[in-house]
Design a protein around this ligand. Structure first.
Ligand SMILES: NC(=O)c1ccc[n+]([C@@H]2O[C@H](COP(=O)([O-])OP(=O)(O)OC[C@H]3O[C@@H](n4cnc5c(N)ncnc54)[C@H](OP(=O)(O)O)[C@@H]3O)[C@@H](O)[C@H]2O)c1
Length: 238
């Protein structure tokens, strides 16, 4: 029995990439996992993998950028889990292009998913953690949330905003024994980064999703008096 055994978690965007690796790492620690996403087939497949690791696993299909869907989806998941201890706000999208070239609809969708989605999900989970007077929220930003670059105006705007929201929330709820951690990883081999062509995914050098998952598990294992406020995960020698 590990320290985290029996905890209940929700991981948004848990069907692939960083979210899926985190779900698997949680299951190996004995944490029950609820994953979310839009593609039901991928969610079902991942839930089967999680169950094989001996934990309770479930999923909900909703767009994090749609508040009505989030309200219904989160309430259903917490009902199925029985309670909630850990939220990983991981779901996100990326697209690059100059400010003028990118369509208004695409720019807006990035903000709606990466920022508003995180806000909506957090708003629905937070009351349960406050009532329990214990909980953990891990918010996934990016190195693009620390530095702007040509072609990343939408993605960087969303990820800078995530840091502002996440740090503010941390200061708001630490009195309630809720730890809020903001992660700013560099490039990690995932469908997102491979599809964007920003890495070849070479496992000798490039960060892998399981490295990211290991960091989250390590942060959750800290004594409750200690909180990892923020962390940047980088490749040693890219
Ligand atoms: N990979 C990197 O290099 C890197 C570096 C820094 C930060 N990040 C951040 O890490 C997070 C995960 O990235 P990743 O590389 O694992 O990406 P990924 O492989 O594309 O996975 C993204 C996940 O988010 C879900 N998702 C996307 N839009 C959604 C929406 N509107 N509603 C619900 N779920 C949605 C996807 O599921 P569906 O498609 O089924 O909806 C999928 O499960 C993102 O926030 C990303 O910005 C990634």
């Amino acid at each position: 029995m590990g320290k985290l055994t029996g905890k209940k978690s929700i991981i948004t965007g848990g069907s692939r990439g960083l979210g899926k690796a985190t779900a698997i790492a949680f299951a190996k620690e004995g944490i029950d996992v609820a994953i979310t996403g839009r593609n039901e087939e991928r969610l079902k497949e991942t839930v089967e993998e999680l169950k094989e690791l001996g934990v309770n696993a479930t999923y909900a299909v909703f767009d994090v950028g749609n508040y009505e869907e989030v309200k219904t989806g989160i309430a259903g998941l917490i009902d199925t889990l029985g309670s909630i201890d850990i939220l990983v706000n991981n779901a996100g999208i990326a697209a690059f292009g100059s400010l003028n070239e990118m369509e208004v609809s695409q720019w807006t969708k990035i903000i709606q998913t990466n920022l508003m989605g995180m806000y909506y999900v957090t708003k629905e989970v937070l009351p349960y953690l406050i009532e329990k007077k214990e909980g953990d929220i891990v918010n996934v930003s990016s190195t693009a949330g620390l530095n702007g670059n040509a072609t990343t105006s939408a993605y960087s705007a969303s990820k800078f905003a995530v840091i502002g929201m996440s740090e503010s929330l941390m200061k708001e709820v630490r009195k309630d024994n809720i730890r809020v951690c903001t992660l700013t990883p560099s490039t990690i081999a995932s469908d997102m980064s491979l599809e964007l062509g920003i890495t070849d995914g070479n496992a000798e050098k490039v960060l892998q999703p399981e490295d990211f998952a290991e960091l989250i598990v390590a942060s959750l294992q800290l004594p409750r008096r200690a909180m990892l406020k923020a962390a940047s995960l980088w490749s040693t020698n890219p």
